[in-house]
Design a protein around this ligand. Structure first.
Ligand SMILES: [Ca+2]
Ligand SMILES: [Ca+2]
Ligand SMILES: [Ca+2]
Length: 386
């Protein structure tokens, strides 16, 4: 709770929000003084006599209007696209104000008159700028609230921002997890590709940064390798490659190898391949996050000399895991010659032997890999997981 005293100097106006009691002491007679807060907490005067004030009534006014927000989106457009401009003006003083707002963009000067804006209030204006016929490159957008009488703080009366108009913005690329749906076999391994698709050469991609989140309950990430697309376009200079089991992501960031000649990457292909080992039965997702496809800075093309982000969409993936089929002892989803070879390599082995393979021991006698295990594998020969 805050208590204000002003020694009889004050302003007669609307009670401020939250005021519980306020007195003007302007009755001049009687033993009560009325509460102007609206809360009916009237006062009783005891042991005092009314006397006229000898101090002239005065008010300390603050005159301050401001442009508190100016936003233009998007920040980069193609000639002919629409830019949306949003301006907010606010009365930061304690007097009601009337003033003008001038917003400049392209060849336009929009002038608004804001009439009797009460203290603390704000007003918003929206403009739609059709950039047809505009010149390319950087355009400044500004908003000016005309200073009001008695205003001293005018720094906040002006704001500016910018929009870049370029001759072409290519279609966005797509970053995908492929395959998007995976059936994993417990104890087996599989690969997931992170691919770029429909990349327009005009973007001039120079590097990428991607985090692939996975379910650590089901999977262990065991390896990362650079993809053929990245190899082909010399995006092989490694900035970051990390398997973070604790935070459950694989982080890859590569850029154009500065020692090699480069061609603007285009089309579709694999950026990186990640190998996972399945540890549990269940379902999970592969989620692309923190994706940045960096384009080479080009002041003529993008109106900036520094790198920019290529527009993109993402397609995530999912995994379902299952136990291996009977006879699939190398956990690849098919019972075939590789399973027989794997079992033969453990032939005659017992637990503790260097070539012992517990997964090949599928038939009695248990504790040894023998002809009964091999023959049992052949019962399911040729069967694959759906
Ligand atoms: Ca101001
Ligand atoms: Ca197999
Ligand atoms: Ca056996």
């Amino acid at each position: 709770m805050t208590t204000h005293y002003n020694g009889g100097i004050g302003k007669y106006g609307e009670p401020e929000p939250g005021l519980v009691a306020g007195y003007h002491f302007d009755e001049g007679t009687g033993t009560t003084t009325s509460d102007y807060s609206g809360e009916e907490n009237h006062g009783t005067i005891v042991g005092a006599t009314w006397q006229e004030s000898t101090i002239a009534l005065s008010v300390t006014y603050v005159y301050d209007v401001a442009v508190t927000r100016l936003v233009a989106t998007p920040a980069m457009v193609q000639i002919g696209d629409t830019v949306y401009i949003n301006v907010t003006v606010k009365n930061l003083g304690n007097a009601t104000e009337t003033f003008t707002l001038t917003t400049n963009y392209g060849g336009y000067a929009q002038v608004e008159t804001i009439t009797n804006l009460p203290p603390g209030n704000e007003t918003m204006f929206y403009y739609v700028w059709d950039t047809t016929g505009e010149e390319t490159c950087f355009h400044t957008i500004s908003a000016l609230a005309s200073p009001v009488s008695g205003e001293t703080y005018i720094h906040n009366n002006f704001r500016s921002t910018g929009v870049r108009i370029v001759s072409l913005i290519p279609q966005p690329a797509t970053v995908k997890v492929e395959p998007s749906s995976i059936l994993g076999i417990v104890r087996g391994s599989f690969e997931v590709n992170v691919t770029v698709n429909d990349l327009d050469a005009y973007w001039d991609m120079v590097g990428f940064n991607i985090k692939l989140y996975y379910n650590t309950t089901l999977l262990n990430a065991t390896g990362v390798s650079i993809g053929d697309f990245a190899e082909y376009f010399n995006l092989t200079y490694q900035v970051k490659e990390e398997i973070n089991e604790e935070e459950s992501y694989v982080w890859i960031a590569y850029m154009s190898d500065p020692t090699k000649e480069r061609t603007s990457p285009f089309g579709s292909g694999t950026l990186a391949t990640i190998t996972f080992l399945v540890t549990e039965l269940g379902e999970g997702n592969f989620t692309l996050n923190d994706v940045k496809l960096a384009a080479f800075g080009n002041a003529t093309k993008w109106c900036i000399p520094y790198s920019l982000n290529i527009d993109y969409m993402t397609v995530d993936g999912r995994i379902e895991t299952k136990f291996p089929m009977f006879g699939d002892i190398n956990f690849d989803g098919t019972v075939d010659i590789f399973d027989i070879v794997a079992a033969c390599m453990a032939y005659d082995a017992r637990p503790g032997d260097p070539n012992w393979n517990p997964y090949a021991d599928i038939a009695p006698e248990f504790g040894i890999i023998d002809i009964y295990d091999i023959v049992t594998i052949t019962f399911n020969y040729g069967v694959s997981d759906p």
